[in-house]
Design a protein around this ligand. Structure first.
Ligand code: HEM
Length: 432
């Protein structure tokens, strides 16, 4: 087999042809063979010609970590999430601050596609970075950090001198009717929401943050989630959940600062100055009984949600973004959108708006029933829990028809800090 020369490879790669074309030009069929050929008998290493392309991918896929607000909130949802909740084991405030400083440094590096920590030549020590994303683009990675009520007081103890800083809003959610919460998916002192267009990149980020936290915080629970990827559809359409319905149509306009100040960002005077420009996050691990749903008629499914499955339009309307008409009745005098339809109950009088940013999950089989453990990692952000999420969920828990097909298994609330400034660290306002 004739070996390709460096010039030939470089010109192929500069034209940015596909990986298959590169292999064809080399006259070989597998990546392993290609690397072997270049490394053993070849006049050059493949890495010599790759950086141009990698650099391009990197600059295309970076979401700035520093800023007024944390990324990963109004950011257009990436394809994957790895959500992790931590319990703090640090015994003093100084170590807790150190954790946030170390996390900030690592997060800034990873979101730019740089490895965590310094490169070390000492082969007798574990590398700083775990290595599985070397050479990958950061894939629009965002890392969003928050603190739960138990960071401020746990079992009556003020471990870090933060009791006075606890926002009145930041307390455990009330128990809603039909909640079936399990300890293993509930609560947490800290959270990290890692979102990226590549799952390995998202997981790598949390894995490395957990590693950095050793001795200061331990994982309490974690959940992976997904949406359809850009490979499956490059159209910027609303993603569908595992019931097959478009999910995320109605949301505050993330390009309208006035709307975001009203519904999303904590404002001066709200009661926690350190949290101004931050927000409250609710996460609910909601199991969906997809086998039961799949045996349900399309009409019943659409009446349960209050929208048509295919178009995503409200019942009685044509297009996904047409406004609803809750008074409209069909020829039999029935409301198009039934009284118990999810969208009608969720909307109420329309005063409470939350920013929903949820992902589907699948987690093998539910050992109790032998059915899929699958559902929605429901995540929403809001300026006030008591005036937004809680009234909506109170209504849903009471009368939402969807309750026949879902059950809430996990829950947690966090206050997400404002963004960090370069040179500062995430969470700084809480400790200053
Ligand atoms: C597995 C559970 C859930 C499923 C499958 C689900 C599904 C949906 C779907 C398909 C829509 C219509 C499209 C859209 O506007 O996004 C919708 C709307 C909505 N959902 Fe959910 N949802 C779930 C849980 C929740 C929860 C827990 C809340 C809040 C407490 C919530 C709040 C809303 C709101 C506010 C709307 C928009 C209502 C409107 O104004 O039309 N949902 N949901």
């Amino acid at each position: 087999m004739a070996e390709p020369d460096k010039q030939e490879f470089t010109s192929i790669l500069k034209k940015q042809v596909s990986r298959r074309d590169v292999l064809k030009a080399a006259g070989i069929g597998g990546a392993g063979i290609l690397l072997g050929a270049a490394g053993v008998g070849g006049a050059f290493a493949l890495a010599d010609v790759l950086p141009d392309i990698q650099k391009k991918e990197k600059t295309d896929a970076i979401i700035p970590f520093y800023g007024k607000h944390q990324a990963g909130i109004t950011t257009r949802p990436q394809n994957h999430i790895y959500f992790a909740s931590f319990d703090v084991t640090a015994e003093n405030r100084k170590d807790l601050i150190r954790l946030f400083q170390d996390w900030t440094e690592a997060a800034a590096a990873m979101t730019e596609g740089r490895p965590v920590g310094d490169e070390s030549d000492n082969k007798f020590l574990p590398p700083h970075d775990t290595g599985e994303v070397l050479g990958l683009s950061p894939a629009n990675l965002t890392l969003t950090f928050g603190v739960g009520p138990t960071l401020f007081t746990k079992n009556g103890k003020d471990r870090f001198g933060l009791r006075k800083k606890q926002p009145a809003e930041l307390k455990e959610l009330p128990k809603f009717p039909l909640d079936s919460l399990e300890e293993r998916w509930t609560g947490g002192d800290l959270c990290v929401q890692a979102c990226a267009d590549d799952f390995q990149v998202a997981f790598h980020a949390v894995r490395n943050l957990a590693r950095i936290a050793r001795g200061k915080a331990v994982l309490r629970w974690a959940q992976a989630g997904f949406q359809r990827t850009k490979q499956a559809s490059s159209k910027n359409e609303t993603p569908r959940n595992l019931f097959g319905f478009k999910d995320g149509t109605v949301n505050p306009d993330v390009n309208d600062p006035a709307e975001l100040n009203k519904y999303l960002w904590v404002q001066p005077g709200d009661g926690a100055d350190w949290l101004v420009d931050g927000t409250f996050l609710v996460v609910r691990r909601i199991q969906m009984f997809i086998e039961v749903w799949d045996r349900t008629s399309l009409k019943e499914q659409e009446n349960t949600i209050g929208r048509y499955r295919d178009s995503g339009a409200y019942l009685g309307q044509k297009h996904e973004f047409d406004p609803p008409d809750f008074e409209k009745k069909d020829a039999n005098g029935e409301y198009y959108i039934p009284i118990t339809a999810h969208v009608r109950v969720a909307r109420g009088d329309g005063k409470e708006k939350i920013l929903r940013r949820s992902y589907s999950y699948t987690d093998g089989i539910d050992p109790k029933t032998g059915t899929f453990d699958a559902g929605l990692l429901f995540i929403c952000f809001q300026r006030s829990l008591s005036e937004q999420f809680i009234p909506i969920q109170t209504r849903l828990a009471q009368t939402d028809h969807l309750n026949e097909y879902i059950v809430h298994r996990g829950s947690a609330v966090f206050a997400c800090f404002p963004g960090a400034k370069k040179g500062g660290y995430i969470g700084e306002s809480l400790f200053s």
